[in-house]
Design a binder for this molecule. Structure first.
Ligand SMILES: NC(=O)c1ccc[n+]([C@@H]2O[C@H](COP(=O)([O-])OP(=O)(O)OC[C@H]3O[C@@H](n4cnc5c(N)ncnc54)[C@H](O)[C@@H]3O)[C@@H](O)[C@H]2O)c1
Length: 524
């Protein structure tokens, strides 16, 4: 009987031409996809039993954030230096594949009068770092293939994880991190610094105050010719002629670096806070430059998977559109695009920063226009742009902007990011970027490849919150009450002062007293 029904299915698929609607494949996480009316639909893995969503996840306050860094190359080293400027931070451990890199970072600590950190190195050095019981946060700036193993090890050992962009490279990585963060209740933050740049922060504030009306279209990009860097990326050994980044691009299609462009606009569009990314379509060019780079280095003609230029179009549940570009191959001025098109106004960052609004719009926000007849068919005059930016200067920049300009890191945005992360941990608040942002901003890699490998077919994007994307109404940053904030700052500054003057001795005494306090509280 079973044999007969199988035969009938085969006959109907073959002779009635419906085989396409049955075709299906599997993604990196093992979830199946199938066709539905020309769209690729992906099964969303069920939330494991007993596990809650991690929306607005907040962890107990940490008076002092004890951090271990893993991956100390071009990006990781300056991060260590920046963190020496944040009050209430102790740098406990430094880890890199190369011992030298880790040891070099002790100089930053020495310069800041901070005690030496413990050094770990080698392929698995991070495992011992994660097992320490005196670390709260593991900050990961390795090559892309090590992001997830290190983050998993951190969370499994009771630590929060913060991972450089793009934190997860495929659906398997994404779901593993989501499940682990939901299960352990540990933060797993994608370190997207570009959401903290001045233009993006102020424009987000404007959007949240309705300056642009209903935003219907948003663009973002990572267009940055990496030719000066390809040979500077970490190489496994002498046989590695490409370095990790060129090799990854060679092997993978899709927007493998989408978060700088997508992150800032996803916040503006309230993704998984009232709207969600529903469908994507991706298209790329052939690889010309990428292929030539490999030929130069290896003499081989390879099938270079990543197109020189990739575009991903996304439609949201509420009918908005997002356009994300990726090109790290061709010479061009650096651009993250960042453009918002709204029913009342327009914002654009690259190549020319500006806003298009009328004089009447400015007046409605209490701004006196420089002249009466400003039209929204052109950019605002410079004086009006300045007045708009002053009016909507973001509170986070008011707090950290000045110091961030001094400490630096991509003009200061990196330090604003670091400071906000520490602020949220010290005050026990939800972070600015949650685990579902990580899923959404990183999924363009594998889902884009799936679209392109199927003639740029539409792909349904899973709801990474698994049913809660409309629970929160609008994107918000969390803030402590002024009293709690002042108290957290006082404790943080006092700790740093003590650590810088008293060194190891101070730390031993401080943590002994903290352990006793915890013991007493448990007994109560
Ligand atoms: N947010 C940004 O603006 C920005 C800018 C540059 C790079 N990045 C990201 O930062 C990360 C690092 O990039 P980079 O430019 O510093 O690359 P890099 O090649 O200079 O550094 C990678 C480092 O990882 C180390 N490493 C490799 N395997 C390791 C292991 N098992 N344990 C510990 N360390 C290991 C290498 O030794 C190397 O020092 C990447 O994810 C990249 O995308 C982000």
């Amino acid at each position: 009987m079973i044999k007969l029904s199988k035969f009938l299915v085969f006959i109907s698929l073959t002779f009635f031409g419906v085989s396409k609607s049955w075709a299906q494949g599997t993604l990196s996480d093992g979830s199946k996809w199938h066709w539905n009316k020309g769209t690729i639909v992906i099964e969303t893995p069920q939330r494991p039993a007993g596990q809650q969503n991690a929306l607005q996840l907040a962890a107990p306050k940490l008076n002092v954030v004890r951090v271990g860094f893993v991956g100390l190359g071009m990006r990781g080293m300056p991060a260590v230096e920046r963190w020496t400027h944040i009050p209430g931070v102790q740098i406990v451990a430094l880890c890199d594949y190369n011992k030298n890199n880790a040891e070099k970072c002790q100089d930053f600590l020495k310069k800041a009068s901070m005690p030496n950190a413990a050094i770990y190195y080698g392929e698995k050095g991070y495992v011992d770092l994660c097992k320490r019981n005196d670390i709260d946060l593991v900050y990961i700036a390795t090559d892309w293939l090590h992001h997830v193993p290190v983050a998993k090890c951190a969370m499994e050992n009771g630590k929060h994880a913060a991972i450089e962009v793009p934190s997860a490279m495929n659906m398997k990585d994404i779901w593993e991190l989501i499940n682990l963060s939901e299960r352990t209740r540990k933060h797993c933050m994608l370190l997207e610094n570009c959401i903290y740049d001045w233009y993006e922060m102020n424009t987000l504030n404007m959007a949240q105050h309705g300056v642009f009306g209903e935003i219907v279209h948003a663009s973002g990009a990572y267009r940055h010719c990496l030719s000066p860097y390809w040979d500077a990326y970490w190489k496994k050994d002498a046989d590695d002629k490409l370095g990790w980044r060129l090799e990854y691009n060679m092997k993978h299609r899709g927007d493998v670096y989408a978060t700088h462009g997508l992150g800032p606009v996803a916040q503006v569009l309230n993704i998984h806070r009232g709207d969600r990314m529903k469908t994507l379509v991706a298209m790329d060019t052939k690889s010309y430059t990428g292929k030539a780079l490999v030929k130069e280095r290896t003499g081989k003609d390879v099938d270079f998977r990543n197109g020189d230029f990739t575009t991903t179009l996304i439609r949201t549940e509420n009918g908005k559109m997002i356009d994300i570009n990726h090109d790290v191959m061709n010479p061009q001025p650096y651009s993250r695009m960042y453009q918002l098109v709204g029913s009342k106004g327009f914002a654009n960052k690259y190549p020319n920063e500006g806003y298009a609004l009328t004089s009447a719009d400015l007046k409605s926000f209490g701004i006196k226009p420089s002249r009466e007849n400003i039209s929204n068919h052109d950019y605002l005059p410079e004086a009006d742009k300045k007045a708009l930016e002053t009016k909507f200067y973001h509170p986070i920049l008011k707090k950290y902007g000045e110091m961030a300009k001094e400490v630096g890191g991509h003009g200061g945005m990196d330090f604003v990011e670091d400071s906000r992360l520490v602020y949220c941990l010290q005050n026990g608040l939800p972070l600015d970027i949650d685990i579902y942002d990580l899923g959404e901003w990183c999924c363009l890699a594998e889902l884009g490849a799936l679209s392109m490998d199927n003639n740029s077919a539409p792909v349904e994007i899973p709801d990474f919150t698994r049913g809660f994307w409309h629970k929160q109404k609008g994107y918000t940053h969390a803030f402590a009450s002024p009293e709690d904030e002042a108290e957290a700052e006082r404790i943080a500054k006092e700790f740093t002062k003590g650590m810088k003057s008293g060194g190891e001795k101070f730390l031993r005494k401080y943590w002994k007293a903290e352990a006793q306090k915890t013991k007493r509280n448990k007994k109560r």
